[in-house]
Design a protein around this ligand. Structure first.
Ligand code: MTE
Ligand code: MO
Length: 364
């Protein structure tokens, strides 16, 4: 018997966040693999967990409607039969990853560093499905709907987000039914979800039921107000900013995570530092590591990674300055020259914290 049938069962070994919905992150040292195993992959649910029986999955119906010439009603079986199957490896990161690092604190789930993972996704191209439906010339956005509901408010959708039409039509955007060589896990959207590489996790709609093609930005649950939006200019804590200066996040910043050594390490002699680097629309160019608070940076080796949207492993051997407390830091840079700040850029909802990752330990 499930303890919380409408919430889902927590995965063992992950860190659970205080929230009525099931939200769990991965301790960074458990992210030390090019592909994050599904049992270790973070979970972010805004509401209930839709229960879909495995036997019912192929009959799961996806509807495509709105600004299209031919509205579609496709079962998962038909979706598989009708469109070419695509596999790609991509990082999925919550826009709120790192939120606990903002000072003063901001409302929202207090994620540490682990609301991120990299998986192999299998599905069909959203562009192929939209071509079959015949998208109208004035289509500007797609809106996505799912059966999960706000906890305690069954009539209220938990989340209904979408994509600008250009991203919906981009070759990397998938409707995925597979994750890491298996059917999607129920916690990750079984039987069908959106995969939108480079976009924030919120755009990766799970348990996808309906696609609305729209001539304007979608206004579903958690699409409006300040949700998943960044101000176009810096906003100070305490300021009441005009919501009109906020825009939907459509790109994730360059970032990296140290996965080795783990926090509170102790080392004697040179220490091996490794981890993964990723970004959104602009590819990663390099990773550097520091052991002196960022005064000096040493270039790390950067491995190719599994395609354009996968994260890339970096590693370096760092000489420790002496005995006692040390702090390892890593920062990535993208090909446009953007890098990670030493301190996060504060914003009212605590999104896109890509400050350098720091791991404290001891030289012995
Ligand atoms: N239907 C639905 N889709 C959803 C969500 C949700 O609550 N409901 N959460 C979104 C958010 S905010 C994130 S970060 C990702 C997390 O995906 P994961 O749980 O597979 O890691 O799913 C997205 N898709
Ligand atoms: Mo998210």
């Amino acid at each position: 018997m499930l303890k919380h049938p409408s919430r889902g069962t927590p995965k063992p070994g992950l860190t659970s966040l205080a929230d009525p919905a099931l939200n769990q992150e991965t301790p960074p040292h458990l992210l030390d693999q090019p592909i994050t195993p599904t049992p270790l992959f973070f979970v972010r649910n805004n509401g209930s967990l839709p229960a879909v029986r495995h036997e019912e999955a192929e009959d799961w119906v996806l509807e495509v409607t709105g600004r299209v010439a031919r509205p579609l009603t496709l079962s998962l079986r038909e979706l598989r039969a009708r469109f070419p199957q695509v596999e790609l490896t991509a990082v999925l990161e919550c826009a709120g990853n790192g939120r606990s690092g903002f000072a003063p604190p901001v409302p929202g789930l207090a994620w540490g560093h682990g609301a991120v993972g990299c998986a192999r996704w299998t599905g069909v191209r959203l562009a192929d499905v939209l071509a079959a439906a015949g998208v109208a010339a004035d289509a500007a956005y797609v809106g996505h709907e799912s059966p999960d509901h706000a906890l305690g408010a069954p009539g209220q959708p938990a989340l209904s987000r979408g994509l600008p039409i250009a991203k919906a039509l981009a070759p990397e955007t998938l409707l995925a039914f597979g994750m890491n060589g298996a059917p999607l896990d129920p916690l990750h959207g079984f039987p069908l979800r959106v995969v939108a590489p480079g976009f924030p996790g919120a755009a990766w709609q799970k348990w996808l039921r309906r696609i609305l093609v729209l001539d304007r930005e979608h206004d579903g649950a958690k699409m409006t107000g300040l949700d998943y939006r960044m101000p176009r200019r810096p906003v100070q804590p305490g300021e009441t900013p005009d919501p009109a200066i906020f825009e939907v996040i459509t790109d994730m910043p360059v970032k990296c995570l140290i996965t080795e050594p783990a926090a509170d390490f102790s080392a004697s002699g040179p220490v091996s530092v490794a981890g993964f680097a990723w970004s959104g629309a602009v590819p990663v160019e390099r990773v550097e590591v520091s052991v002196d608070g960022g005064a000096n940076w040493q270039r790390a080796e950067l491995e190719p990674g599994e395609g354009r949207w996968a994260w890339r492993r970096f590693h370096a051997l760092l000489d420790l300055p002496g005995r006692g407390e040390v702090e390892l830091m890593a920062r990535a840079m993208d090909v446009a020259g953007k890098t990670q700040p030493l301190e996060p850029a504060w914003n009212p909802r605590g999104y896109l914290n890509n400050a350098v990752h720091r791991i404290r330990g001891r030289a012995v």
